[in-house]
Design a protein around this ligand. Structure first.
Ligand code: PRP
Ligand code: URA
Length: 210
């Protein structure tokens, strides 16, 4: 596996992912489990956050402990499906700001089409985590990362729940500086470029639109 890619194979994540894959899982549970997996993945994706020493007086003694240092964070869900990961990440990083990128994959050309973008005003001073549960051809994630970089963000990470090898290859080639966190690497894509076995259309399953 590419050195920029981290597979999160924690048993809790793998168990929850099987729930997502099951076609009988309904919209309520699907949404809840996407959010839970996003939290667990966020825990790993933020493992390298820098710390600084802080002096704290406990009820017993004064001592040196740790607090987060470094740049503040922004999370950037790719609409629509990335929205399902937002609450889970904000559970761990409640003060992160949230930017939104609206992209859909044209069903014929498979090219990402941008229809919305709204970033926090101070985005260039933040580190960013792009959220999209599905990394299929990689076109959408690669375009979203480029949009974030165009705002001047220096450190970008990508969190996707299920990736196809094509998608990982595309993103790591287009953006060799971007660490990618995934919970599964599925083999291939079908004739509609859906991940096989995957979990189907993530946006439709999160929002109940099919
Ligand atoms: C899905 C998914 C990704 C994209 C992945 O979005 O959420 O954004 O497809 O495919 P790719 O790697 O081949 O680009 P979709 O276009 O279905 O839009 P939606 O989230 O609004 O349903
Ligand atoms: N988008 C999805 O939602 N699912 C896939 O399998 C591929 C792209």
């Amino acid at each position: 596996m590419n050195q920029n890619v981290t597979m999160i194979n924690h048993p809790l994540v793998q168990h929850k992912l099987s729930i997502l894959r099951d076609e009988t899982t309904g919209v309520k549970e699907f949404r809840e489990v996407v959010s839970e997996i996003a939290s667990l993945m966020c825990y790993e994706a933020t493992r390298d956050l820098p710390l600084k020493d802080v002096t704290i007086k406990t009820p017993v003694a004064t001592a040196t402990f740790h607090a987060l240092a470094g740049k503040k964070l922004a999370i950037i869900p790719v609409l629509r499906a990335g929205l399902g990961m937002v609450d889970g990440v904000l559970t761990l990083i409640p003060s992160a700001k949230v930017g939104h990128i609206g992209l859909y994959r044209d069903p014929d050309t498979l090219q990402p089409v941008e229809y919305y973008c709204k970033m926090p005003a101070d985005i260039s001073e933040r580190d960013a985590i792009v959220l999209d549960p599905m990394l299929a051809t990689g076109g959408s994630a690669s375009a979203a990362i480029q949009i974030v970089k165009n705002y001047g963000v220096k450190n970008v990470k990508l969190m996707s729940i299920i990736a196809a090898t094509d998608g990982v290859d595309r993103v790591t080639k287009d953006h060799p500086d971007v660490p990618v966190f995934i919970a599964a690497m599925d083999g291939g894509l079908n004739e509609h470029s859906y991940i096989v076995p995957g979990l189907g259309d993530a946006g439709d399953r999160i929002f109940g639109t099919k």
